[in-house]
Design a protein around this ligand. Sequence first.
Ligand code: COA
Length: 151
Amino acid sequence: MKKKNINIRFRKARNEDLGQIQRIESLSFKNPYPPYYTRALIESLSDVSLVAEIENKIVGYIFARIEYGKIGHIVTIAVDPKYRRMGIGEALMREVINKLKELNCSSVYLEVRVSNKPAINLYRKLGFLITRRIQKYYRDGEDAFLMERAL
Ligand SMILES: CC(C)(COP(=O)(O)OP(=O)(O)OC[C@H]1O[C@@H](n2cnc3c(N)ncnc32)[C@H](O)[C@@H]1OP(=O)(O)O)[C@@H](O)C(=O)NCCC(=O)NCCS
């Protein structure tokens, strides 16, 4: 199914979204954030944290924050496995990039597992470049790529 055939709505993440977000988080990551941490992300980052909905069901989310010096930081993004490869991840990224621009951020960065090909491809498609490899960034010992782009 292609994005043009579906009606995706984006809105700020809210506390009551926790259950649906946590479900996608658990399906998407080997070491998912625990619910208390997801709740803290929703509460602290709502300006640049969005959910994507199809027919009132949350199918993806993105959490970002603005670091010191007006630098955007994408903390996490995930799409429900049943809704992947439909353009939702790319659309979430574009929405947040636009918001960060509106908020006068000069650049945006993120960390990604070096093995995470789908995500690395997504970020490259949006103009992110790998600027550094961070050794043993993840708890299981895997390295991260730091990826950045100007806004
Ligand atoms: C990464 C993720 C968010 C992508 O979401 P998605 O909605 O499936 O992505 P899209 O359909 O918008 O794809 C956009 C681009 O991403 C890349 N991409 C996405 N999935 C891919 C895959 N399985 N293999 C290769 N490239 C992929 C492609 O470049 C694609 O562009 P194209 O369709 O023109 O080829 C999704 O795979 C996911 O939730 N993964 C688990 C959580 C995760 O790893 N998050 C990132 C943490 S840093």
